[in-house]
Design a protein around this ligand. Structure first.
Ligand code: CMC
Length: 428
């Protein structure tokens, strides 16, 4: 295997080194291309560009492989808690018992919101989208925890990470309570991460909600399956903002905003809207597939397709299995599950989807599962955000710790006007 690529421009040859990682194919290093040749590279949507070196998550899209810090995603099915997986992603190793106990203790110690932040919920309209609330509140954490605007040592980063991961759960639950006109339920320090979230979501002042173990375990796995996915859109947003040395809260708030989009984390809401339309009879599964294939129709088969996976998304496979296992135990028969299965069968047998290698992604079955657990549709992307937070923090930290990291600042191909003169308003 060669270790360089040769670019020929007008009879002149330029050698560029190849960059290799521990796994996956090499990349051509074009970082000096502009100074050497006067040329930039054109790669809209960064579809063919590696923007950094990263040791956090590995995906082989052709084989449907996903690993967190080297550990195959399938091994997370029964073993760790979300908190353990978060530590693994952020700090690079499975925590020792003492590290995990310490991190848990810090999560518990930080679960309350500052009263100033809590009071802000009262000024938000009750019908505000929870993702808007989440992004604003994560950003506002910077107002109340200014000691974390600079993270100069490892200990401070552990504390900042614990605060964010703990408080995001309280913020999420409060945004749901606010939207229902229900009183806020304070966190219960005796409960573990997922059970505590479900308690804040569903308890009443006079009756505590005790999450059935299968719901707690399912939520734990849902969070883990969403916890990182290398250079996806929201993580890239976090990295771009963080590259300007913006603080952790501001950078993660940018991640929440990016995740909200229907092509990214917002797809889990679109999937349920699509399945409900079919269920109500406004759309047949066959018509849905036809619309998705129609180039004159902006509709897409939500929950299908992925930039990196050209094979089954392993997270989708695990979520489908979880659906089949958990929903019957909850005595919950969701007609949308049958519709989803039917749509999947139709798509997987259709040449359009086969040729383009479009398979169900993480968002296709997650919503059905969340519905079964009693989570309302407008909270689905919020759940995704809680899960993704450790990944955002891990990437922010990796970049922050990289002495060679530079501000991200891409180039463009300018297509605007050639130089023209300014015309005073009375002469236009
Ligand atoms: N339905 C119909 N056609 C599709 C779909 C879909 N869901 N996804 C891709 N295609 C077509 C697309 O029109 C294009 O066709 P052609 O080659 O004829 O122009 C081809 O497949 C390649 O697609 P692409 O748009 O180049 O793919 P992309 O890498 O730019 O976009 C995607 C990836 C995930 C945004 C896209 O597949 C999509 O819009 N899917 C539906 C939304 C969705 O489920 N998003 C969640 C993604 S996974 C979790 C996450 O990231 O949050």
């Amino acid at each position: 295997m060669t270790d360089k690529a040769i670019l020929t421009v007008n009879d002149k040859q330029f050698e560029r080194p190849l960059v290799t990682g521990s796994e996956g194919g090499p990349a051509v290093d074009v970082s000096q291309l502009l100074s050497l040749t006067g040329l930039t590279t054109f790669d809209p949507a960064l579809a063919n560009t590696a923007v950094c070196r990263s040791a956090i998550t590995y995906i082989d899209g052709e084989q449907g492989v996903l690993r967190y810090r080297g550990i195959p995603i399938e091994q997370f099915e029964h073993n760790p808690s979300f908190v353990e997986a978060a530590w693994l992603l952020i700090f690079g190793h499975l925590p020792q018992a003492s590290e995990l106990a310490y991190f848990r203790e810090r999560l518990t110690a930080n679960e309350l919101l500052h009263e100033g932040l809590k009071n802000q919920f009262h000024y938000i309209p009750t019908d505000a989208p929870p993702m808007a609330i989440l992004s604003a509140m994560v950003s506002n954490l910077a107002c109340f925890h200014k000691q974390f605007l600079e993270l100069e040592d490892a200990e401070k980063l552990v504390e900042a990470a614990a605060r964010l991961i703990s408080k995001v759960r309280t913020i999420a639950a409060f945004s749901y309570r606010r939207s229902r006109g229900l009183p806020f339920i304070y966190p219960d320090p005796s409960l573990r991460y997922c059970a505590n979230f479900l308690h804040m979501m569903f308890s009443l002042p006079y009756r505590q909600y005790i999450a059935p173990p299968e719901i707690e375990e399912a939520l734990n796995l849902i969070f883990i399956l969403h916890a990182d996915h290398e250079q996806n859109c929201s993580t890239t947003a976090v990295r771009v903002v963080g590259s300007a040395r913006a603080n952790l809260f501001a950078s993660c708030a940018a991640g929440v905003s990016a995740l909200w989009g229907p092509l990214h984390g917002g797809a889990n809401v679109e999937v349920i809207d699509m399945l409900e339309r079919i269920h109500r009879g406004g759309l047949s599964p066959e018509q849905c597939i036809r619309d998705a294939k129609d180039k004159n129709n902006p509709f897409r088969l939500f929950g299908f397709g992925h930039r990196v996976y050209r094979n089954f998304d392993p997270r989708a496979r695990m979520l489908k299995t979880l659906c089949e296992k958990v929903l019957p135990n909850l005595r919950y028969k969701d007609p949308l599950l049958d519709i989803a299965r039917k749509l999947e069968d139709l798509a997987l047998a259709d040449p359009y989807f086969i040729e383009r290698k479009l398979y169900p992604n993480v968002d296709f079955y997650s919503g059905i599962l969340l519905r079964g657990m009693g989570i309302p549709t407008n909270m689905f992307t919020v759940i995704f955000a809680i899960g993704r937070l450790p990944g955002w923090i891990a990437h922010w930290k990796e970049q922050h710790d990289d002495a060679n990291a530079r501000i991200m600042r891409p180039r463009q191909i300018y297509t605007g006007s050639a130089p023209i003169d300014y015309v005073p308003i009375d002469k236009r």
